[in-house]
Design a protein. Structure first.
Length: 120
């Protein structure tokens, strides 16, 4: 086999692996996203994912670390909402009155507007 045939074969194999990988991700409901982070945030993330894995062996991958943060925040938000009650409209939360009564002290949107925001 010539060098050009070997290169073409390698490219074809790589393309097939990538196709299978994409099909596998799609089958498992995995979406790929890209994010842009400042270098300082990348450094903070890398420090945190390595530090939080001390004693467990392998540090979290960046993907695993971000996924864990999302799952933890979703669980925390669900708990915050389950504890909340709108005394004004009595509609199910978090929608409630959809902001119609916003500003009234008994309205969920008034009481929890700042409480549900991410702390920075």
């Amino acid at each position: 086999m010539s060098d050009s045939q070997l290169q073409a074969n390698k490219r074809a194999q790589a393309a097939e692996r990538k196709r299978k990988s994409r099909a596998n991700r799609k089958r498992n409901g995995i979406d790929e996203i890209r994010i842009e982070l400042a270098q300082v945030d990348v450094e903070r993330m890398d420090y945190a994912r390595v530090t939080r894995a001390i004693g467990t062996g392998e540090p979290y991958s960046r993907t695993e670390y971000i996924a864990r943060l999302i799952r933890e925040d979703a669980a925390r938000l669900k708990e915050q909402i389950s504890e909340a009650k709108c005394e004004r409209c009595t509609n199910p939360l978090p929608e409630g009155c959809a902001g119609v009564c916003r500003g009234e002290s008994a309205c969920f949107h008034f009481m929890f507007n700042k409480g549900l925001r991410l702390k920075t």
